[in-house]
Write a protein that binds this ligand. Sequence first.
Ligand code: 2BA
Length: 111
Amino acid sequence: MKLVLAIVQDQDASRLSAAFVDNNIRATKLSSTGGFLRAGNSTFIVGVEDSRVDATLQVIKANCESRDEYATPPLISVDAAAGDSAAVRPIEVRVGGATVFVLPVDAFHQF
Ligand code: 2BA
């Protein structure tokens, strides 16, 4: 068994939840916050048999889009007080579609 952790943008979370249900993939959604943009995102915890990992990744890939977002000071760590002119300019970052970790599971219990 594997644990799939998928961090996705909030805009994709409802569609991905529905796709998990349609594909009989059991998942838990957590509200999370990106460390860089400090904007809300969603983290899905999915426990799946090894044989279904690829199918799960395909469902995630098919339902999560990449988007351009902007990070504006003071969210980026630039010292505006030092007079750095870059400090006042928003920077564009490409977010997603999904950041996914696949972890081994030692044991799985439901009591
Ligand atoms: P955030 O940390 O808010 O990052 C949003 C986007 O900002 C990232 O998109 C990336 O394009 C950019 N970014 C992040 N850190 C950066 C930095 N130090 N310098 C320049 N640009 C930076 P994604 O890579 O698609 O990540 C989307 C979200 O996935 C992240 O939101 C974070 O919540 C999570 N994530 C990404 N990589 C991770 C990792 N290695 N471990 C844990 N969470 C991760």
